[in-house]
Write a protein that binds this ligand. Sequence first.
Ligand SMILES: [Zn+2]
Ligand SMILES: [Zn+2]
Length: 97
Amino acid sequence: MDEEKDNGNSSDRPKVQGNWTCADCGVEITELPFQPKEGQPVTCKECWLKKRNARRGEMVQGNWKCSGCGTTITELPFNPRKGGKVFCRDCYRSQRG
Ligand SMILES: [Zn+2]
Ligand SMILES: [Zn+2]
């Protein structure tokens, strides 16, 4: 019953210690607020925040080439990793299929 006294305060949540690499920027991650599944890409807090902001409608401006059809992409909903593959909206959709 003691455990209910701090209900609602998530700052004391136990963190998972480990050794991961951010799927977006490649930075080392040693601590996560959750245990990732095997094979699941993990992202650092910074990239996670970027992605969360992206979901709110913020777009990243740049100049990329679609790995699927080769079209030029000037806007993405996230910041892709350097050298990583990016897809235009059409290819992205058909990929998820
Ligand atoms: Zn990152
Ligand atoms: Zn494409």
